[in-house]
Design a protein around this ligand. Structure first.
Ligand code: CA
Ligand code: CA
Length: 438
């Protein structure tokens, strides 16, 4: 199967080289496969990240800006070196951003048992949130501890960077890559095992029964542009939600998203990734509020193709504002906990075409779409358990309380190859994810 997957990659790269040689961009500025994985660039026309200047990451790095790293400290040092000069960071083996352990981040005086006693709904109630708690309160000490963890596990990626895994077992545990306010980043061939928030915050006012809220996506694109996420695996791995405890009758949620894109992020292609064993997978736009709308409207343009969504519960993705093209993906719902795949949020313009869905008995096709706001979408040529299915019609029949309208109002043109939807499970299951590019 590996040979078949490699052939697929060559096909895509060949298209890029052919296009580059006839375009004004020189062949040396856009090297192809022959120059090695670490200098590959996004193919012309391959999704929204190909729009405008395209996405080349650190392909033009000089030899002084090519790093091979095996530890979190080395990785963060490489990120911090050289400003926005093109750089390539080659990750070897698994890097453990969570190695210090939760206890090392706790500030003096922080005690979880005291926290639980203080904010027990039977004592504190469910009317006030904890935002105004002073620094020396249990919540204040939690905040300070959380800040220490954030400073350690978050890593800011500079502009013009390629981060690429070498071999079949490269990746991170407990890391949160932040692509914040920068342009032109490539992340490939890496396995991300989700960070565990050591200090989730209790919010008594989040729903009628309260919620534990946590930080740290695997990768956060925050106002970033021209980002290509390719052949990565995102998973809760050894720490699935089912292993997490409950307090106050609510799950002690320690995960956030796998790949979130927020705050005016734009021009992103996520291809051939595996998103698995997770609850809230991908958020595109994180608020309906006026301030957020002002930065998100006209942005959040994202292409998602040839990704495998396996045993994820919701947000695959959940979209606000963006023109999002989702095609040739395979969605495999795990079971009773499955909530929905596409979340149709405020002013979203989703095109969902040529996808395949594998649902177990008891999960209705009408739940693939979830309507949060009135926002028409385009859904065509999608197969559910091998049967051509009109996702909008089946939704409107099975969920009559929330009628969806058809017609996203735009037609994607940035696609390099479209596989027949019925062939998608065979292709994507065998070729998506980290470990297939070496
Ligand atoms: Ca969160
Ligand atoms: Ca997030």
């Amino acid at each position: 199967m590996l040979v078949g997957c490699t052939a697929l990659v060559l096909t895509v790269t060949g298209t890029a080289s052919a296009t580059a040689s006839t375009a004004t961009t020189s062949a040396t500025a856009r090297p192809g496969l022959r120059d090695g994985l670490d200098r590959q660039v996004l193919a012309a026309q391959d999704g929204w990240a190909a729009y405008g200047t395209g996405t080349t990451g650190g392909a033009a790095a000089d030899s002084a800006h090519v790093y091979t790293v095996t530890t979190w400290d080395q990785f963060k040092a490489a990120l911090a070196d050289g400003g926005s000069a093109p750089k390539i960071i080659r990750v070897q083996g698994t890097i453990h951003a969570d190695e210090p352990g939760c206890a090392s981040f706790a500030v003096p005086g922080y005690d979880f048992a005291t926290y639980l006693k203080t904010y027990d709904p039977a004592v504190w109630g469910r009317i006030r949130n904890l935002d105004n708690e002073p620094a020396d309160s249990p919540e204040g000490l939690r905040r300070a501890s959380a800040a220490a963890q954030a400073a350690y596990v978050e890593a800011n990626v500079p502009a013009n960077t390629t981060i690429v895994g070498i071999g079949e077992d490269a990746g991170f545990t407990g890391a949160n890559l932040m692509i914040k306010g920068v342009d032109n980043v490539i992340v490939r061939n890496l396995r991300f095992e989700s960070a565990l928030d050591c200090f989730p915050q209790w919010d008594p006012t989040d729903t009628a029964v309260g919620n534990w809220n946590s930080e740290y996506d695997d990768v956060t694109v925050y106002g970033g542009t021209h980002v290509w996420m390719d052949h990565n695996t995102f998973t809760d791995g050894a720490h699935p939600d089912s292993s997490l405890p409950s307090y106050y009758g609510r799950i002690y949620e320690q995960h956030d998203g796998e790949l979130d894109m927020v705050k005016g992020s734009d021009l992103i292609t996520a291809s051939w990734n595996v998103f698995e064993d997770h609850d809230k997978t991908t958020l595109i736009g994180n608020s309906d509020g006026a301030a957020t709308a002002a930065v998100d409207r006209g942005h959040l343009r994202v292409t998602l193709h040839h990704n495998l969504y396996r045993n994820v519960l919701e947000r695959a993705p959940r979209v606000r504002f963006g023109k999002v093209d989702s095609y040739n993906n395979h969605f495999v719902a795990g079971g009773d906990d499955y909530v929905y795949s596409y979340g149709i949020g405020m002013e979203s313009q989703i095109v969902a075409e040529h996808n395949a869905f594998t649902l177990p008995d008891g999960v209705k096709a009408g739940t693939i779409l979830k309507k949060w706001k009135e926002a028409p979408l385009t859904a065509a040529d999608n197969y559910v358990n091998g049967v051509l299915t009109d996702l909008i019609a089946v939704h409107n029949t099975q969920v009559p309380g929330e009628i969806l309208q058809s017609g996203a109002g735009w037609t994607p043109t940035l696609r390099t190859r479209i596989d027949p939807a019925r062939a998608v499970p065979g292709i994507v299951d065998h070729c998506a994810g980290a470990g297939h590019l070496s």
